[in-house]
Design a protein around this ligand. Structure first.
Ligand code: NZQ
Ligand code: ZN
Length: 383
């Protein structure tokens, strides 16, 4: 059946547009008096978003405790330290100001604080938490869709894993998306964001179920990003273009593209996460490399699905043309398509293969075995 049975749920109140953060103080005050403000390595202070947020929270009479310093590809140590701080300070509500790394960390911190469980036990599904501290997000980077979804991705270097945790407790109560807060995202991370949102749309497209209306929506999201993305890269401070990409990114992974599907695939993400873990590679950079290799592996297995994609996105007719056109698009926006583009030489091949096999990196719909992983790794060096 083209449309699979599915259940969908999304309780996030989304505020979108220029100046929208002016409602943050009032919204946050609904959930308590003492706020844990979580942010990253410094961009929010440099570009003034921090001041705007603090002003909002103070004007609503809220007391603020801060946890700064979340790194890109966030780590469990920060989750644990922020959780301890939050518990010590009797925090009522969390405000996450940043991109996916900050927001994902905040989601696990919110659950760990409320449940008393360790963050990594939560990530590994070893415990069954039942509540979370209310979380509000102010997004500064359009890419992950985390602002409106139930996922969180965290790394643990002790166990050698970068994994996702999906649970309704992860849903932020409210998210504030002002495209002006993304105007300072540098060119490289803007590129990675465009790649990431396209990859999310594709992960669902290659999942189980082929609902025609959702395929059409998926193509439109990708086409919108391919249409407005290049212009944005030439004009990084254009807020209208930022808004287009911001909306695309949210729509790609807020559940909409999963309607009518049993699942997504997520094999490309699984492999990308291992590359990020090994080399601290930015998430989006890993995806443009892996997607081309994954499609090459799948081209004789699911030709009709790949062809259909190429036909709608690029007006081409064959599998090879589809893969070539996607690669050309990635290259046109300076996204890496080979591991060597990221400075990773063939001497790393064994290490990558071992890492992928150790964690059995695979998709949900199109499962991968050791041979598939070997083929993907071989392809990723020179494609
Ligand atoms: O740390 P600061 O100084 O804030 O700098 C950040 C960071 O260096 C910077 N940045 C963010 N907003 C900025 C800005 N610089 C200037 N101006 C701004 N407005 O950008 C860098 C990257 O930030 P990060 O949060 O790591 O990027 P992104 O939003 O792409 O998040 C990536 C993380 O999200 C996970 C990824 O695996 C990765 O760990 N994902 C989360 C998902 C989810 N929860 O649903 C799904 C995704 O597939 C993904 O796996
Ligand atoms: Zn992603």
């Amino acid at each position: 059946m083209a449309i699979e049975n599915f259940t969908t749920y999304n309780p996030v109140k989304l505020h979108f547009g220029k100046g929208i953060v002016s409602g943050l103080g009032k919204s946050t005050a609904k959930y308590g008096k003492k706020v844990l403000l979580i942010y990253g390595k410094g961009s929010v202070k440099k570009y003034g978003y921090y001041n705007q947020v603090v002003e909002q929270l103070k004007s609503a009479g809220l007391e603020i405790v801060e946890y700064p310093g979340i790194k890109p590809n966030p780590v469990i140590e920060d989750v644990r330290m922020a959780t301890d701080l939050g518990r010590r300070e009797n925090i009522d509500v969390i405000v996450a100001l940043g991109g996916g790394s900050v927001i994902d960390s905040a989601k696990i911190i919110a659950i760990a604080m409320a449940s008393g469980y360790d963050g990594w036990d939560i990530m590994k599904y070893r415990v069954k938490p039942e509540n979370a501290i209310p979380l509000l997000c102010v997004l500064t980077l359009a890419a992950t869709g985390t602002e409106m979804n139930a996922g969180a991705v965290v790394q643990n270097h002790d166990t050698g894993e970068k994994i996702g945790f999906v649970n309704d407790l992860n849903f932020p109560k409210e998210s504030f998306l002002d495209p002006a807060f993304t105007a300072s995202v540098p060119k490289n991370y803007t590129v990675y964001g465009i790649v990431d949102l396209i990859a999310h749309a594709l992960e669902f497209y290659f999942g189980e179920g082929e609902p025609p209306v959702i395929d059409a929506i998926t193509f439109e999201i990708i086409k919108d990003a391919m249409h407005y993305g290049p212009g944005l890269l030439d004009n990084l401070e254009n807020i209208d273009l930022r808004a287009n990409i911001m909306l695309d990114a949210t729509l790609a992974l807020n559940g909409l593209t999963r309607y009518g599907k049993k699942n997504g695939d997520w094999g490309v993400h699984a492999i990308g996460h291992e590359l990020s873990l090994l080399y601290d590679m930015p998430h989006g950079a890993s995806l443009s490399i892996v997607y081309i290799a994954w499609l090459t592996l799948q081209k004789d297995r699911i030709p009709a699905r790949i062809q259909n994609l190429g036909n709608h996105l690029f007006g081409v007719d064959t599998v090879n043309e589809t893969i070539a056109a996607l690669k050309t698009f990635f290259q046109s926006i300076n996204a890496p398509v080979n591991l060597t583009d990221e400075g990773i030489g063939e001497d790393q091949k064994e290490i990558i293969i071992n890492q992928l096999n150790k964690n059995e990196a695979s998709g949900m719909h199109h499962q991968l075995n050791d041979e598939d992983r070997l083929e993907i790794v071989n392809t990723m060096f020179y494609q």
